[in-house]
Design a protein around this ligand. Sequence first.
Ligand SMILES: NC(=O)c1ccc[n+]([C@@H]2O[C@H](COP(=O)([O-])OP(=O)(O)OC[C@H]3O[C@@H](n4cnc5c(N)ncnc54)[C@H](OP(=O)(O)O)[C@@H]3O)[C@@H](O)[C@H]2O)c1
Length: 255
Amino acid sequence: MNFGTSLQSANVLIVGASQGIGLGFVRHLLADPHFQHVYGTFRQASTAEDLLALAQPSARLTPLVMDVTSEDSMAEAVATLQAQTSQLHLVVYCVGLLHEGDFQPEKSVRQLSSENLLRSFQVNAIGAALLTKHLLPLLKHDRPSVFAAISAKVGSIGDNRLGGWYGYRASKAALNMLIKTASLEYARQKPPTQFLPCCTPALRIRACLNPFSGGAARKLFPVERTVAQLMAVLEQLEPADSGEFFNWDGSRLPW
Ligand SMILES: NC(=O)c1ccc[n+]([C@@H]2O[C@H](COP(=O)([O-])OP(=O)(O)OC[C@H]3O[C@@H](n4cnc5c(N)ncnc54)[C@H](OP(=O)(O)O)[C@@H]3O)[C@@H](O)[C@H]2O)c1
């Protein structure tokens, strides 16, 4: 039986729901009455206006403040969540950092800095790992549950033919290993929680070429299509798929 059949009346947490793919997930889930409740995290109201506006008319959406670089912030958000529900059935970690202010993806080792490498690891990998720890009580129940983290194809070591983007690539590879390891630990739980990294296609967001697309105008998907593709991958999951590295079209990626 695939995971889609377990999503009836599901409670879903979208981490990093203020913009981009995370916000797209929230819109997609609210439009589908099969989902019972959607929790969406944001860091700051200034970039979460669309999410907060969606919550006004919808009693099925609860925005939660969470900065994934602060374990205290995580614990507070999870405590608020636990006051409202004892079960989550799907968690999608959509937080990601490729560039920020002066910090741009490194093209050469000459551009490496410990500060920027640490920042990439903290946001892209460590945040997701710590969240698995904080969310475990909400994922342990009598229904199947999935924790999916949006990784990146450039995080595949086997697929790295172009080089560059050191911090982003390495932190996504670390994310993959952390999630794979959690999948092995929780495979023995009954019913098991599945943990998996999955990849989006490059996409166009906010009317300009997103830096994730590498400036290339090829294979750019709108957010809605990206989310629909990823939901289709999640719905098709079988218990044995836990810990696999999925591409957006359901194919498997090399580690
Ligand atoms: N877009 C692509 O083409 C592409 C391709 C491959 C993989 N991906 C991956 O897909 C995921 C989503 O990408 P996207 O394009 O939707 O990115 P995005 O539009 O830049 O959104 C990133 C999200 O992460 C949140 N975030 C960043 N730092 C955070 C922190 N410290 N604490 C909590 N939230 C934080 C942002 O919140 P704020 O609003 O507060 O900044 C925002 O909600 C990322 O993991 C990315 O690596 C994207």
